[in-house]
Write a protein that binds this ligand. Structure first.
Ligand code: FAD
Length: 259
């Protein structure tokens, strides 16, 4: 089975996020990393391939040239090859424009299964998988915590607020996995050494036959109107535990009629 996994290069979680006041976009110029939620997507694809004993795992990403570093991390985990769409014309793309670019690559690849992570660790939309599935006219099962594939069908146990839904869909299909689905493997030293030699293709918008007017800011359906810092925290009260901390906390809450 051919499996495509969409992975995103995001600002490293340890770096304080900064909004560029000029563009009102997240400043992505600093240290980056593979979106942590996408390591579960890569892991699940690798497990399906290993279970089947054959197949291919192709990584697909849209982002700056530096995104190749994150793609190499996923290649080191075991994916077979990587495709990066990197082009000035996609800068400023919102979810709608991003879904257009990823769908174009996925149409070209024609994978049996497309796997997304739960959410982008920087934008947290958690909807890109659905937007891409809609463009591809394929079924999607999101928040999948357990996945079974047999007889050309996909069965996903889907986490909900009150329990689980079990949903079946025919292949080809799209899934967005929850972060509870598996424990991603660490790349081995051999995997890291071999990653650089695996096929890595960088595409431009022109290579995909996409029109610039449908991409970037021009092709986006949302725009950021204003950004504000979160309100400053009020004075904090620090209670040292000398044995009476619980009582002091209870009194504090009772005074404010919170108990
Ligand atoms: C006005 C506006 C301007 C923006 N400008 C930029 C910009 O210049 N540069 C920029 O990077 N972002 C930009 N963004 C953010 C960008 O639209 C989102 O990062 C992107 O659409 C993915 O959204 P998300 O992370 O919320 O996706 P989610 O829906 O949370 O992601 C779900 C899954 O989709 C996959 N995925 C997400 N993004 C990608 C990707 N790029 N490539 C491959 N797979 C992916 C991953 O599997 C991820 O786990 C902009 C957003 C807005 C609203």
């Amino acid at each position: 089975m051919k499996i495509a996994v969409c992975v995103k290069h995001v600002p490293d979680a340890t770096v304080t996020k900064r909004i560029d006041p000029g563009t009102k976009r997240l400043d992505r110029s600093g240290e980056g990393a593979l979106n942590p939620f996408d390591t579960q997507a890569v892991e699940e694809a690798l497990r399906i391939k290993e279970r089947d004993g054959d197949g291919e795992v192709v990584l697909v990403s849209m982002g700056p040239e530096r995104a190749l570093d994150s793609l190499r991390k996923a290649l080191a985990m075991g994916a077979d090859r990587a495709i990066l769409v990197s082009d000035e014309q996609v800068a400023g793309s919102d979810l709608v424009a991003t879904s257009r670019v990823l769908a174009a690559v996925l149409e070209r690849e024609g994978a049996d299964l497309v796997v997304f992570g739960q959410q982008g660790g920087d934008s947290d939309g958690a909807v890109l998988g659905a937007a891409v599935a809609d463009r591809l006219r394929r079924p999607i099962i999101s928040q999948v915590a357990e996945l079974e594939i047999a007889g050309g069908k996909l069965k996903g146990k889907r986490q909900t607020e009150f329990g689980y839904d079990v949903i079946e869909a025919p292949l080809p299909a799209v899934v967005a996995v929850s972060d509870a689905i598996n424990e991603p493997r660490y790349p081995s030293l051999k995997g890291i050494m071999g990653a650089k030699k695996k096929p890595q293709e960088t595409l431009s918008v022109g290579d995909l036959g996409l029109e610039a007017g449908n991409l970037g800011e021009a092709g986006s359906r949302t725009s950021v109107l204003a950004l504000n810092d979160p309100p400053a925290r009020g004075d904090a009260l620090k209670i040292e535990d000398d044995g009476s901390a619980a009582e002091k906390i209870a009194d504090f809450l009772a005074e404010r009629k919170l108990l």
